[in-house]
Design a protein around this ligand. Structure first.
Ligand code: SF4
Length: 404
């Protein structure tokens, strides 16, 4: 009898682990909000509004948001939490009453984010429901269940429209970002790539039809191709790695991709929202090729045997991959006191030495000043450029030796 009850309890715990679902607000009265992170809003707005509930978007991350987050958080907690909390407070002030949140249990403080935020917000006197998705369990079926819980929408067409437009918007904006990273250091007319990106950001956010969203990616590629570039320019390529939130949030990383592009460097960010979306929602048997994570695990093997949470294995694996594939350097960004990335930072010193690739870690918190940050980036890029020039010279000399 005892074991039957235990099994029952375990099943119940397993079920509840996927999403915590407060249910004090009637669906018709729900006003939904979620934390800001990069371009995630484009997809979330498309999806949630298609399911027929009202939305409040928290204002983009800013000094004001950071101040609110810092004021209401414990000092040692990581930067993403402080901004997430500020997003919630600002959204609740604008009328939100249902907060959605992703979480991953176990590996680091991320597993406690929602509980902490919930406790703090209740203490501050806010009344709301919280719906939490467990990212490591959230395949398509559970995700649909969670959205059903929030919206009670039973119309399959609305789900199809929401997911289709949301996915296509994510792919479109990520394509625009990748093209921006390639074009910016090579463009002949300064600022043209940036203008093209901003134009498409606006178009993507305003497009609502399924067909229109499906066409976006193709149109963006065509438009970027029209920008005149210097194809012969020697442009160093740098991988941008590190913690998920700081990589995707331009306020937090102080628009590092623009800084690097303006310094004549092509950035390849290793984490994109659409890749993650595909990985989390798509059943594994539908994967035709090795996923980014699988590749990272393979390349990181010499330095670490298993993932320890956060993006550690991605950071190490991507650096080894970069070194073996002609990438000129890696920049690793992380929030201050981020536990998994502190481990990466330590391993990276060895990886950089043994694999012969320049690597720099930038630690970000609310005290980080733009000037010091910029100077460190410029010094690192100087080193990367000199190494590239030396290698080019070396291979040119070797070629001349062979020909003579
Ligand atoms: S990965 Fe780092 S920054 Fe992100 S929640 Fe975990 S400890 Fe905090």
């Amino acid at each position: 009898m005892g074991s039957v009850l235990n099994a029952e309890k375990q099943r119940e715990e397993q079920k509840n682990r996927f999403f915590q679902k407060d249910n004090t607000i009637a669906t018709k009265d729900r006003i939904v909000a979620w934390p800001r992170m990069g371009n995630i809003d484009l997809s979330m707005v498309a999806l949630v509004s298609s399911l027929g509930v009202k939305i409040v978007e928290a204002p983009p991350n800013s000094n004001e948001a950071l101040e609110i987050g810092v004021k209401n958080s414990i000092e040692g907690i990581c930067l993403p939490y402080k901004l997430n909390l500020a997003n919630y407070i600002m959204a609740l002030e604008k009328g939100a009453n249902t907060l959605m949140m992703f979480q991953a249990p176990g590996s680091c403080r991320f597993g406690n984010y929602t509980k902490m935020a919930q406790k703090t917000l209740k203490k501050m006197g806010y009344k709301f429901d919280m719906v939490v998705f467990d990212m490591y369990q959230s395949k398509m079926k559970q995700t649909l269940q969670a959205f059903w819980h929030v919206t009670k929408c039973a119309n399959p067409y609305r789900y199809y429209k929401g997911f289709s437009t949301g996915f296509n918007k994510a792919f479109a904006i990520d394509t625009a970002e990748r093209l921006l990273f390639y074009t910016r250091p090579r463009e002949l007319n300064k600022g043209e790539a940036e203008r093209c990106y901003k134009k498409w950001y606006k178009i993507i956010s305003e497009t609502t039809s399924i067909w229109g969203c499906k066409q976006l990616k193709k149109k963006i590629i065509k438009d970027f191709k029209k920008i005149p570039i210097d194809k012969n320019k020697i442009v160093p390529k740098v991988y941008l790695l590190g913690e998920f939130f700081v990589l995707l949030d331009p306020y937090t990383n102080k628009d590092i991709e623009k800084t690097l592009g303006d310094l004549g460097v092509e950035v390849e960010r290793q984490i994109f929202f659409s890749d993650w979306l595909e990985h989390v929602l798509q059943p594994s048997f539908l994967y035709k090729k090795e996923s980014h994570r699988e590749r990272c695990v393979r390349f990181a093997e010499k330095y670490m045997k298993r993932a320890i949470g956060g993006e550690t294995i991605e950071t190490v694996g991507d650096t080894v991959y970069a070194a073996q594939n002609g990438i000129d350097g890696v920049i690793h960004i992380m929030p201050f006191s981020c536990m998994p990335e502190i481990v990466s930072q330590n391993i990276l010193t060895r990886v950089s030495r043994e694999e012969d690739i320049p690597a720099m870690t930038l630690v970000l918190d609310e005290q980080t000043g733009k000037a010091g940050y910029q100077t460190r980036i410029e010094a690192f890029i100087d080193l990367v450029k000199r190494k590239k020039m030396k290698e080019n010279l070396g291979s040119k000399n070797k070629r001349e030796e062979v020909l003579s």
